[in-house]
Write a protein that binds this ligand. Structure first.
Ligand SMILES: Nc1ncnc2c1ncn2[C@@H]1O[C@H](COP(=O)(O)OP(=O)(O)OP(=O)(O)O)[C@@H](O)[C@H]1O
Ligand SMILES: [Mg+2]
Length: 502
């Protein structure tokens, strides 16, 4: 008998059937993959299981008992926990305080810190974690923060853990540690539901998978019996996913040049150190590096969001101190790393989001007016060409699925054929088909003479589309390599500081 059974779950939002008679069954002590295109209904189904949404109808059985989950607190009481993509940690509190938050053991009404500490240490020992319990969350890398989220669930005695695209924010090294953690949890009898777009992860981790398409279950498979290709076909239909791209056919003028650029990070510590390179028309330059090597500061420096020493030139003009808007005017487009803070305004609709970076230019704007027809046409084009699942141009961005939010930004920045594009993690959160589309769009733009700087945590992606790779390590460019002449492992060694330039 299944440990978890969800039966005929239906959930509608205005204009959208997010889940349409969905059945899901999961065995105890297994890792079950929940797969499907952007907007297929994965997060919605899991939010129902975690008590964040109430389904229109359907039943949920846990251990053969029908249960009701009116809110997350009830889910936790039933042993169900969820790690969201945006972590729910308090940056200023320590690891231990975060783990126990809201569930502190008490004695005579007061928090019993000693018992709390013992309980946490016991969990760490049992599952083989080691965490700096007294450090504030803000000082820890993302991979460790995610482990804190997982321990938090175990502290609340979760038996069923839901992870929604846990690896999209992790470096390859952190992904490896997460896999070990999840495998240990399974050995100890925990049950895991794992949402991902990465089929390699499914093959490594999961026993079974359920595939959703447009809100409906289109398949349930034993992972061992299906190839990555078959899984991809189930997800996106019979599309051909081709990973081989042609290289640059020749480069033109310098479009973007950095000369001895240095910058500080948010804490005032040097994060970029004398970075010099140039990007030419007709090439894609990939930036490889472990997370926190200066990528964020590099993108912000070029976009005009972070002051720098040194010089930055764009299309033959010095823009070192130019405003972000001025840079856009002379040909820069940016897909930023933090889509919710720097890329989108969640509290408004798609239309306003896609014209926000160009509202001051014709055809959108004339003398003190914003022309709505061209704006609507533009937004409709982004939705159509980038296959954004949304009822219309006036759909609120906060109601879009994660991947569809990413498509809105990618479409807005790429659709007008920018001369220079800075693409920071452009395929993060996209399903295999959409990621392929964005990679093809970058290659196409390059072949028409665009200059693209691609920042990615996915080495496969960097190798697939880059003409040159620059490797960032501790804020410096330590190597430049051609992907066709370089082994994966060699780049890995530069990224981790085991190989040095020279
Ligand atoms: N609160 C909401 N209001 C309106 N529509 C919503 C809401 N939440 C989700 N939707 C819609 O329901 C559909 C399913 O979204 P969901 O987030 O479950 O997709 P997903 O499979 O997780 O996609 P992704 O891979 O992009 O994260 C989408 O069309 C989305 O726009
Ligand atoms: Mg989702």
């Amino acid at each position: 008998m299944s440990y978890l059974l969800m039966q005929s779950i239906t959930k509608t939002f205005p204009g959208v059937i997010a889940n349409d008679e969905v059945d899901l069954s999961v065995e105890r002590g297994s890792i079950h993959a929940l797969l499907g295109e952007n907007g297929a209904g994965k997060s919605t189904l899991m939010r129902i299981l975690y008590g964040m949404y109430i389904p229109d109808h359907g039943r949920i059985l846990l251990n053969e008992q029908e249960i009701r989950i009116p809110n997350p607190r009830a889910a936790i009481r039933l042993g169900i926990g969820m790690v969201h993509q945006e972590f729910q940690l308090v940056p200023s509190l320590t690891v231990a305080e975060n783990i126990a938050l809201g569930y502190e053991p008490r004695r005579n009404g007061l928090v019993d810190r000693k018992t709390q500490r013992l309980q946490i240490e016991e969990i760490l020992a049992r599952f083989g974690f080691s965490l700096p319990l007294d450090k504030p969350i803000a000082e820890l890398p993302v991979g460790i923060q995610q482990q804190v989220e997982i321990i938090k669930l175990l502290f609340r005695k979760a038996e069923l853990l839901i992870l929604d695209e846990p690896t999209s924010v992790l470096t390859p090294q952190e992904v490896e540690s997460l896999f070990k953690v999840l495998q240990t949890l399974r050995e100890q009898g925990k049950t895991i539901i794992y949402i991902t777009h990465k089929l390699r992860e499914v093959k490594i981790l999961c026993e079974t998978a359920t595939i959703l398409r447009r809100g409906k279950v289109v398949g349930r498979v034993k992972v061992a019996d299906a190839s990555e290709k078959e899984l991809a076909n189930l997800m996106v239909g019979e599309q051909v996913i081709d990973q081989v791209f042609p290289r640059s056919q020749g480069v033109g003028q310098e479009r973007l040049t950095l000369k001895e650029v240095s910058a500080l990070d948010d804490r005032g510590v040097p994060a970029l150190k004398n970075v010099s390179f140039s990007l030419r028309a007709g090439e894609i330059v990939g930036i490889a590096g472990v997370q926190g090597s200066g990528q964020s500061e590099l993108v912000e420096a070029i976009s005009g969001l972070r002051p720098v020493k040194g010089e930055i030139w764009l299309n033959g003009r010095r823009i070192t101190r130019a405003s972000p808007r001025r840079r856009r005017e002379i040909g820069l487009a940016v897909i930023p790393e933090k889509r919710k803070e720097q890329g989108l305004n969640l509290s408004t609709h798609i239309l306003e989001n896609v014209v926000s970076t160009r509202y001051y230019k014709p055809p959108f704007s004339g003398w003190l007016t914003l022309f709505t027809r061209p704006a609507e046409r533009f937004a409709a084009r982004v939705i159509a060409e980038y296959n954004v699942a949304a009822p219309g141009v006036k759909s609120m961005v906060k109601n879009l699925s994660g991947g569809n939010q990413q498509k809105v930004i990618a479409g807005r920045e790429m659709i007008d054929q920018p001369e220079v594009l800075i693409a920071a993690y452009p395929t993060r959160g996209l399903d295999v088909g959409a990621a392929q589309f964005v990679r093809e769009a970058m290659v196409k733009r390059r072949d028409q003479g665009g200059a693209i700087l691609l920042i990615s945590a996915d080495l496969d992606e960097l190798f697939a589309v880059s003409d040159r790779l620059l490797i960032l390590y501790e804020g410096r460019i330590v190597a430049e390599k051609r992907p066709d002449e370089t082994a994966f492992e060699e780049v890995g060694l530069y990224m981790t500081g085991h190989l040095h330039a020279g």
